[in-house]
Design a binder for this molecule. Structure first.
Ligand SMILES: [Ca+2]
Ligand SMILES: [Ca+2]
Length: 130
């Protein structure tokens, strides 16, 4: 199939950062609050670590994608061997780590980040989950 427009193929384009931002902004007010930001990053992180897509992260999955067993055990308080999204979201450790890039991004400290602030923060956030 030829395309003279120089446009991308009909295949699904990868999700853009802007789309991610809109997803994170669950209230749709154009700003991402700290709670929205943490929830969203945890969901992103969760999907990434859950290699077999069964809705749980095992220690093996966590370590396979660059996490450490120590961090997994700290996050996974229930010790069932399977970390659920709800448990990940209720982890103070995870939230506190993810708050670091948020607080950096939220330059004026008003508790929300704008689109421009978000782009910069997103690039740094991954390192904090290790
Ligand atoms: Ca919002
Ligand atoms: Ca899994």
């Amino acid at each position: 199939m030829f395309s003279l427009g120089g446009c991308a193929t009909a295949a699904k384009k990868p999700t853009t950062v802007e789309e991610l931002f809109r997803k994170a902004d669950t209230t749709g007010d154009g700003r991402v609050s700290r709670g929205e930001y943490e929830d969203f990053l945890i969901e992103q992180m969760f999907a990434q670590f859950d290699a077999n897509g069964d809705g749980f992260i095992t220690e093996a999955e966590f370590v396979a994608d660059g996490g450490t067993a120590k961090t997994f055990r700290e996050i996974h308080g229930s010790r069932t061997g399977k970390l659920s999204l709800a448990e990940a979201k209720s982890s103070a450790l995870l939230r506190n780590r993810l708050a670091l890039p948020f607080n950096e991004a939220d330059v004026n400290g008003n508790g929300s980040v704008t689109w421009a602030e978000y782009q910069a923060a997103r690039a740094r956030s991954r390192a904090y989950v290790r």
